[in-house]
Design a protein around this ligand. Structure first.
Ligand code: GLN
Length: 196
């Protein structure tokens, strides 16, 4: 029997395109809650970490032990990260080096595709069913290395752009601003599976 209970997904709402994440997750069938304080993580089924500026988000996370609380929370709760969110999650961040939660076994190079003007929209094949996926890249980081245990679901020019590791789903592009909700639906399936 399929579980029809609506999932509650927090959206880290410090900065960046968290409203787009909330809208896309709602379109995929979830209830969403904006998270601005560590105590708001309590009781959530999953968390989305949006695109934006990872340095700005990091500064904010330094307050009230938000960083440590988030790190602990994400060890047991599924997370969907895009762009700056992936930078926050990665184990190693380059260009320049910066602190991160260290939960995704990957090396990420910030702003690796050039400047704002080099942002681009591509239609790419992925391992998801349903044909090519629209991928919006905005000052995107590049995943230059993944450790064993990270499944690559899509690539751009030979580099991973959509990856999964356990309860983490991470995209260097922005599925939240495309009309296609397949990536969100995959995340909600992961959240549902983690609850069982
Ligand atoms: N360049 C941003 C950073 O380094 C990420 C860009 C994005 O999230 N669209 O944090």
């Amino acid at each position: 029997m399929t579980d029809t209970k609506q999932l509650t997904i927090g959206v880290l709402a410090i900065q960046g395109d968290y409203e787009a994440h909330a809208r896309a997750l709602q379109a995929a069938g979830a209830k969403t809650v904006e998270v601005r304080k560590p105590e708001q993580l309590d009781g959530l089924d999953g968390l989305a970490m949006p695109g934006g500026e990872s340095t700005t988000m990091l500064k904010f996370l330094e307050r009230d032990e938000f960083f440590e609380t988030l790190q602990k929370f994400l060890k047991t709760t599924p997370c969907f990260a895009t762009c700056a969110g992936v930078i926050l999650l990665a184990k190693r961040v380059l260009h320049p080096e910066q602190a991160s939660l260290g939960l995704l076994d990957a090396t990420v190079e910030r702003n690796a595709y050039g400047r704002q003007i080099d942002s681009t929209i591509l239609m790419q094949q992925t391992k998801l069913e349903g044909g090519p996926l629209e991928m919006v890249f905005i000052r995107a980081p590049r995943i230059t290395h993944v450790d064993k245990g990270v499944e690559v679901l899509a690539e751009r020019d030979g580099f991973p752009v959509l990856v999964r590791q356990g309860n983490i789903l991470a995209a260097t592009f922005h599925p939240e601003i495309s009309p296609d909700t397949r990536v969100q639906k995959l995340f909600l399936e992961m959240v549902r599976a983690a609850k069982k």
